[in-house]
Every structure is written in structure tokens, then in C-alpha cells.
Write a protein that binds this ligand. Structure first.
Ligand SMILES: Nc1nc2c(ncn2[C@@H]2O[C@H](COP(=O)(O)OP(=O)(O)O)[C@@H](O)[C@H]2O)c(=O)[nH]1
Ligand SMILES: [Mg+2]
Length: 196
């Protein structure tokens, strides 16, 4: 797939604000700093489309990035599973549940985890939460460039064992620095978008 066009089309907090053109959607979830914005910029081949920063942001919104007038990638900036206060967490929970509950356009979730570490309690909770909604998941193991050769296999084993993926779910080892995994992700998206 060649990314010809990519724009931040819609910023939403409520269902009434979501796009209504029926295009397939892919949601990104993951702790703050895991590399969600970098993932968007990298797979779309844009330097600064999605805002990246080492500081978690404050606004909790669903950001719909329209690609080639064919599908949306959705980023949820400013959310760190456990790092925000209870009130913010509750608001986020409602926003994401409102979205997940009934969204036929949602075709697959990209769940980002840090390849350098064991999945956190929050990562495991999020995976189970997504399974509760029966959503197909591709786990993206980010920052692979920071994992040395000898550790790669060990970390991969730990991830697969701890997450215990259901049939149909899969995992892509990814790096925004070396672009490892970019083609694999784009092919996955293309496969889904093209059959619709
Ligand atoms: N080495 C390396 N750093 C990364 C990678 N992806 C993201 N980062 C860095 O991790 C930090 C957080 O990334 P960001 O995309 O803003 O994470 P977000 O909060 O999940 O959107 C930034 O300093 C990025 O440059 C990667 O694949 N490799
Ligand atoms: Mg971000």
C-alpha cells in the first residue's frame, strides 16, 4: 500500500462526532510513551503528523487520521493507563467504552506494548478488555531497536506467554527507528481494507 494522503480529520470525544462515512477503522491503544504517535508517523511515512513527546498530554480525545480516503487510524493521546488520576481514568474509560461498544467500522485494534519489558498489569488488563468486546487484536511490540539480539527471542517468548493470545490475534515486532514491521502492518491493514 502506498500512503498517498494522510490527515488528522476528526477529533472526537463523543459518538455524535465520529466519522459517518462507514470507512474501516483501526484503533491504537497502549500506555503513554509506548510509541503510539511514532507508530502512526512511521507507518504513514510522515514525520510529524501525530504529535510525539516524552510527556503524556492532557487532552483525552479520539483522533481520527484519515488515510487515502479509505480508512482511519485512531490515536488516543494523553492516556497512560495508570499514570492519570481516577477522575481522568474514569472519563477515558467512558470515552473508549462508548467507542468500543458498538462500532462496526472498527476492524482491528493495534495494542502497543514495549518490547523491552514484560507486559505490565495494565497491558494484560487492556488485552482482556479488548477480548471482552471480541475485537481482533494485533499486538505491536515497539522499540525493538533497543532490544539486543540475544534478548529478542527471550522477550518475544515472555510476551507471547504472558499475553496468551487467542487464535486470530497476532504480534508484530516493530521499530519506528529501523522501520522494522512497517510493511507487515501496512499489509495487514490493506488485506482488511481491500475485502470491504
Ligand atoms: N528507540 C525508539 N524510540 C521510540 C520508538 N517509538 C517511540 N519512541 C520514543 O518514545 C517516546 C514516546 O513516543 P510517542 O510516540 O510519543 O509515544 P505515545 O505517548 O504512545 O504516543 C518518544 O521519545 C519517541 O521518540 C522506537 O521504535 N524506538
Ligand atoms: Mg501520543
Amino acid at each position: 500500500m502506498v500512503v498517498k494522503e494522510a490527515n488528522l480529520d476528526i477529533i472526537a470525544t463523543r459518538r455524535s462526532q465520529y466519522p459517518d462515512n462507514g470507512r474501516p477503522e483501526f484503533l491504537l491503544v497502549g500506555r503513554s510513551n509506548v510509541g503510539k504517535s511514532s507508530f502512526i508517523n512511521t507507518i504513514l511515512g510522515r514525520k510529524n503528523l501525530a504529535y510525539t513527546s516524552s510527556k503524556p498530554g492532557k487532552t483525552q480525545t479520539l483522533n481520527f487520521y484519515g488515510v487515502n480516503d479509505k480508512f482511519y487510524l485512531i490515536d488516543v493521546p494523553g492516556y497512560g493507563y495508570a499514570t492519570v488520576d481516577k477522575n481522568t481514568q474514569a472519563k477515558f474509560g467512558m470515552m473508549i467504552e462508548e467507542y468500543l461498544e458498538k462500532r462496526e467500522q472498527l476492524k482491528r485494534v493495534f495494542m502497543l506494548v514495549d518490547f523491552r519489558h514484560k507486559p505490565t498489569e495494565d497491558d494484560l488488563l487492556m488485552y482482556n478488555f479488548l477480548k471482552y468486546y471480541n475485537l481482533p487484536v494485533t499486538v505491536i511490540a515497539t522499540k525493538a531497536d533497543k532490544v539486543s539480539g540475544s534478548k529478542k527471542e527471550k522477550n518475544l517468548k515472555t510476551l507471547l506467554k504472558d499475553l496468551d493470545l487467542v487464535i486470530g490475534d497476532d504480534l508484530v515486532v516493530f521499530s519506528s527507528v529501523t522501520k522494522l514491521g512497517v510493511k507487515e502492518v501496512l499489509n495487514k491493514i490493506e488485506e482488511i481494507v481491500d475485502v470491504i
